[in-house]
Write a protein that binds this ligand. Structure first.
Ligand code: GLV
Ligand code: MN
Ligand code: MN
Length: 419
C-alpha cells in the first residue's frame, strides 16, 4: 500500500527551532513546567499550529489542544501529542518530539490535500516531568479525572511558588475545559529513553504498555552537631542514615529482575562541611511491569528505611507521593503500528516502556498505543540526549500513517477499551 511520508527537513527545522527555548550551553534544554521558557515554547507551538490551519483550545490545566477539523466533526477524534516541559538540564527530544511530529503530520496532510473523516487533535500536556511540581503528568492526570485540579493548583515548587499562580502568570490558565471525549484513538510518539532499540538495531519500538510507578518522599531526622568534638559512637547523623538507606535501595532494585529503583533528589541540612547533618530529605522512584513485584520491592524498601533509621539513632517519615498503575496498550493499535512499520520497511521491536508518559492516564479511558525511536547511547533526561534525524523522521512517518488510517476510520469502527 502507498503510504504518506512526512517532510524530514521541516521536522528537523521544527525540532531545532523549538530547542532554542531553554537551550543550555551543552546542547540540552531546561524548560521547566510553567517557566518563562515553557511559556515561550507554547507561544511558538500555537503560532505554528495556527499557521497550519488548526484551532487552539486551552483548558484550565493549561493543556493545549490544536484541532485540525475533519469532514465529520461529530465523530470521535484521533489524539496525538506529548509534552513540551523538560527536566533540568534535560534533552531536546523528550516529549517535544511527539508534539512537533504531530505538527509535521498536520503539515504533511495539508501538503497532500487530505481532509480526514475525523478531527485530529495534537495536544501539549502540562507538567509531564514532575520535576518542578510533583507529581508529574498532572495535565493528563486531571484530564483523565485521576488527579484533582484544585490540589494540583496548590502544588509548590522549591521556591514556594504555586502551580496555579505560575499557570496564571505565564498566561495559560484557560477559563473553561475542553473535552473532546470520547476519543477514537490516542497515539503518543516518543524517544525510547533507554538502550534497547539501539542494541537490537531496530528503528521503531512498539511498547505493549507502560510500567507502573511509585514515588516516595522521605524525611530523616537526626541531631545536628559539631563535626569535630562529637565522638563517632554518639552521633545521630542523618547523612550516614541516608547513605545506608540509599545503598540498600539500589541493591534491592539490583536484586529484582523486573523493578528499578532510583534515589534522585537529596537535600541534606544544613549542608555544611563541618556540621553533622540534622536532616535529610530525599526522593525514591520505583517502577516495574509486574505490579506485585513492584509492591514487594516497595515494602522491602520501606522496611530497609525503618531499620536503618533505628540502627543510626534517627527517626524517619516515609510518604508515598504518587502511585500509577501500569498501562497495557490497545492490542489492535499496537498491531497497527507494527503493520505500518512493516509497510514502511522499518525494523520494529516489541517492548515495554520503562519511562512514564501522559498516555499512562489517557490509556485509562481511550484506546492508546505508543511509537518509540532509538535514543543514542540509551541516554535521556540529560543534555546529551540524542536521536538521529532519520529516526525522528521514521517515527513521524509511522505516526502520520497511524493518523491517516484511524482518522479515516468509518463511523462504525471502534476500538473497545476493555482489555
Ligand atoms: C517521565 O519523564 C518519567 O519520569 O518517566
Ligand atoms: Mn517524556
Ligand atoms: Mn521525561
Amino acid at each position: 500500500m502507498n503510504r504518506l511520508r512526512t517532510n524530514p527537513e521541516r521536522l528537523r527545522r521544527f525540532l531545532t527551532e523549538i530547542a532554542a527555548f531553554g537551550a543550555t550551553q551543552n546542547g540540552g534544554v531546561t524548560r521547566l513546567a510553567l517557566s518563562d521558557e515553557d511559556r515561550d515554547a507554547r507561544n511558538q507551538l500555537k503560532a505554528w499550529f495556527e499557521e497550519a490551519g488548526c484551532e487552539t483550545q486551552i483548558d484550565r490545566m493549561g493543556n493545549m489542544f490544536f484541532v485540525r477539523p475533519g469532514k465529520n466533526r461529530t465523530l470521535p477524534p484521533v489524539l496525538t501529542g506529548s509534552h513540551c516541559d523538560s527536566q533540568p538540564q534535560g534533552g531536546r527530544f523528550d516529549g517535544i518530539l511527539g508534539i512537533v511530529a504531530g505538527l509535521e503530520a498536520v503539515c504533511a496532510l495539508n501538503d497532500a490535500g487530505v481532509t480526514l473523516e475525523r478531527d485530529l487533535i495534537v495536544v501539549n500536556w502540562t507538567n509531564e516531568e514532575g520535576s518542578r511540581f510533583t507529581p508529574g503528568t498532572t495535565g493528563s492526570g486531571v484530564f483523565a479525572g485521576k488527579l484533582d485540579r484544585q490540589a494540583m493548583y496548590g502544588l509548590t515548587d522549591r521556591d514556594g511558588l504555586t502551580f496555579g499562580e505560575e499557570l496564571e502568570r505565564i498566561g495559560y490558565k484557560g477559563e473553561t475545559d475542553f473535552d473532546p471525549r470520547p476519543l477514537h484513538a490516542n497515539f503518543e510518539y516518543h524517544i525510547e529513553q533507554g538502550p534497547v532499540l539501539e542494541r537490537q538495531d531496530k528503528t521503531i519500538g512498539v511498547p505493549k504498555g507502560i510500567v507502573c510507578l511509585r514515588w516516595y518522599d522521605v524525611e530523616i531526622q537526626g541531631v545536628p552537631n559539631h563535626a569535630g568534638p562529637t565522638p563517632m559512637n554518639e552521633r545521630q547523623d542523618a547523612i550516614y542514615a541516608f547513605s545506608r538507606m540509599a545503598g540498600q535501595i539500589f541493591d534491592i532494585g539490583l536484586a529484582s529482575k523486573d523493578v528499578v529503583t532510583t534515589v534522585g533528589e537529596v537535600h541534606p541540612s544544613p549542608n555544611s562541611r563541618n556540621v553533622i547533618a540534622g536532616h535529610v530529605h530525599f526522593t525514591i522512584d520505583i517502577r516495574g511491569w509486574d505490579e506485585t513485584e513492584t509492591d514487594r520491592v516497595c515494602k522491602a524498601i520501606e522496611e530497609a528505611i525503618q531499620n536503618n533509621a533505628e540502627a543510626t539513632g534517627c527517626t524517619v517519615d516515609i510518604r508515598q507521593t504518587w502511585a500509577v498503575e501500569r498501562a497495557p496498550f490497545h492490542p489492535e493499535l499496537v498491531s497497527l503500528i507494527h503493520d505500518i512499520a512493516g509497510e514502511l520497511d522499518l525494523p520494529a521491536l516489541d517492548m515495554v516502556s520503562g519511562a512514564s508518559h501522559d498516555t499512562v492516564y489517557i490509556n485509562q479511558f481511550a484506546p492508546s498505543a505508543m511509537i518509540f525511536v532509538p535514543s543514542i547511547g540509551g541516554r535521556s533526561h540529560a543534555e546529551v540526549e540524542e536521536t538521529s534525524w532519520s529516526d525522528c523522521a521514521a517515527g513521524a512517518d509511522v505516526l502520520l500513517n497511524c493518523i491517516l488510517k484511524t482518522g479515516n476510520d468509518a463511523a462504525d469502527v471502534t476500538y473497545s477499551i476493555s482489555k
